[in-house]
Design a protein around this ligand. Structure first.
Ligand SMILES: C[S@@+](CC[C@H](N)C(=O)[O-])C[C@H]1O[C@@H](n2cnc3c(N)ncnc32)[C@H](O)[C@@H]1O
Length: 235
């Protein structure tokens, strides 16, 4: 049986299969799991990208495209590209982008198919828990963003205070798996999501990882009772 968090050599295949099996109900699951707050977080991510007029944004692990679409809702003047390695997720994204304004590109976050300094900002939502090398994923985003541009990361995190820590465990290990059971045909996904949050670096450690790949002035804010973090770094 596959362990809750698969070993690095099989993780990419496992993650892709899980999101392929979840794609059709991913948006519904997101709304339920976040009590509808995810849209507000995506808005904060876009704002944190601080795009200049006419700027270019790369949404890494775009999934069903909600950050990319939010960027165009907030900023009509910018150009956005979505990249992800799960075809099934981006098919949903494409169906939501009715005017076809966003190019969706199949790509691995650890090997982005873009030249150095192509974008004014790169962002990711709920990607980093899924990659085998978090530093390498940040380094790739740093590489494709121009000097002075931003790298922004939205991710689940664990609260530090005792009561919220217990509530978080209750929520992630009991509520979330039940929601996942409604949403995914990939049974092991129910256990993977909570398990992947337990091993993921806490906000100060994630900040250090970003600094370690050369991102400057890294800051973060924690939302939703310490369960969500948005990190911002400059290239
Ligand atoms: C939880 S979803 C997040 C989707 C979207 N960013 C959002 O905010 O809703 C995670 C996405 O990361 C993608 N992903 C995971 N690892 C990846 C990798 N190494 N390269 C590209 N995409 C990856 C998955 O295919 C999936 O679509």
């Amino acid at each position: 049986m596959t362990p809750l968090v698969p070993p690095p050599e099989v993780k990419p295949r496992y993650v892709r299969a899980m999101f392929a099996g979840t794609a059709r109900r991913y948006d519904l699951m997101n709304r339920l799991m976040t009590f509808g707050r995810d849209r507000a977080w995506r808005r904060l991510v876009v704002q944190a990208c601080a795009l200049p007029p006419g700027g270019r944004l790369l949404d890494v692990a775009t999934g069903t495209g909600d950050i990319a679409l939010e960027a165009l809702r907030l900023r009509h003047d910018v150009r956005v590209i979505g990249a992800d390695f799960t075809h099934e997720m981006m098919r949903i994204a494409q169906s939501k982008d009715r005017d076809g304004r966003i190019p969706f590109v199949e790509a691995d976050a650890l090997r982005l198919p873009f030249a150095d300094h192509t974008f004014d900002a790169a962002c990711s939502g709920f990607l980093m828990r899924n990659v085998v090398d978090v530093a390498a994923a940040f380094a790739e985003q740093r590489r494709v963003v121009r000097p002075g541009g931003r790298v922004v990361c939205l991710e689940i995190t664990r609260p530090n205070t005792p009561i919220w820590r217990d509530l978080f465990r209750l929520y992630f290990f009991h509520f979330v798996p039940r929601i996942m059971a409604l949403a995914s045909s990939h049974r092991r996904a129910y256990a993977y999501l909570p398990a992947s949050t337990l091993t993921f670096p806490r906000p100060p450690e994630l900040k250090a990882i970003m600094e370690g790949v050369g991102l400057r002035n890294v800051t973060y804010r924690v939302l939703m009772l310490g369960t969500i973090a948005i990190h911002v770094g400059e290239v």
